[in-house]
Ligand binder design. Structure first.
Ligand SMILES: C[S@@+](CC[C@H](N)C(=O)[O-])C[C@H]1O[C@@H](n2cnc3c(N)ncnc32)[C@H](O)[C@@H]1O
Length: 235
């Protein structure tokens, strides 16, 4: 196991991050996941109330989701979702041009899709906690042995919250995911406001300087306009 992290990079304050989760279908497209990928030992970093773990577990796969939100009870996670629901749907309605309304046709449909995800997550959460499939921890410190996973995924946390997380934290987080997994994929590469993240280039440089292969790659998913690329890192 790794010892506690000693860097000064500031962690996200929980209330600043939206408990807004996506489905397996969306994870498949955000990360260009193949059927073979879904058979790997996967670490879902910052999975929150996504239904990815629940759905993959039902299919016989092996996902461990890691998120500080898992200190909360199911009721509290649901409450926080309800508290932000209208604000996020109305925020999307006020910024229609920032999104691509094809797969998801409207802000209301976006909200309903996120509701379906959390409604699949919640019944799985108690069993998943006791089986160690939902682990309360925070990047850049993952409480797992080196090489415990074949694939680490992180969606809508790194780069999305560029205004809250430093370049150093981004780099440390990806290096930590590469400590516990053979490969890491991060999506999207845009900020919450739909701009290219200022951290991307320094993170790519930092990873390459440390000997990793790091590249951006087009994926078959685009909801934020222009948000159709992931970062893929291998050893
Ligand atoms: C917007 S949600 C995205 C959920 C999921 N990945 C998805 O795309 O559907 C961001 C998640 O990151 C989690 N988070 C915040 N800081 C974190 C950290 N330092 N390490 C891991 N997860 C974190 C939040 O609790 C939240 O559940």
């Amino acid at each position: 196991m790794k010892s506690p992290h000693s860097s000064e990079s500031s962690p996200i304050v929980l209330h600043e991050v939206i408990p807004w989760g996506r489905t397996l279908n969306e994870y498949r497209r955000m990360f260009a996941l193949s059927d073979a990928d879904l058979k790997k030992r996967i670490a879902g970093c910052g999975d929150g109330p996504a239904s990815f773990n629940a759905e993959v577990t039902t299919l016989g796969g092996r996902v461990v989701s890691i998120d500080p939100i898992y200190v909360l009870s199911a009721d509290d996670i649901k409450l926080r979702f309800e508290q932000v629901y209208s604000q996020i749907v109305e925020g999307a309605r006020a910024n229609l041009e920032k999104y691509v309304w094809t797969d998801i046709a409207s802000p209301d449909e976006m909200g309903e899709r996120r509701r379906r995800a959390i409604e699949m997550f919640l019944p799985d959460y108690p069993a998943g906690l006791s089986e160690g499939r939902y682990v309360s921890a925070s990047l850049p410190d993952l409480p797992f042995d080196d090489g415990a996973f074949e694939l680490a995924l992180c969606s809508h946390l790194l780069f999305t919250y560029s205004h809250l997380l430093s370049t150093e934290m981004h780099l440390e987080a990806v290096i930590e995911m590469m400590r516990v997994a053979d490969e890491t994929r991060v999506f999207p590469l845009l900020t919450l406001n739909g701009r290219p993240s200022p951290h991307l280039d320094p993170v790519l440089d930092g990873l390459r300087q440390r000997g990793f292969t790091a590249a951006t790659e087009r994926v078959p998913y685009e909801f934020q306009a222009g948000g159709n690329e992931m970062l893929r890192v291998t050893k």
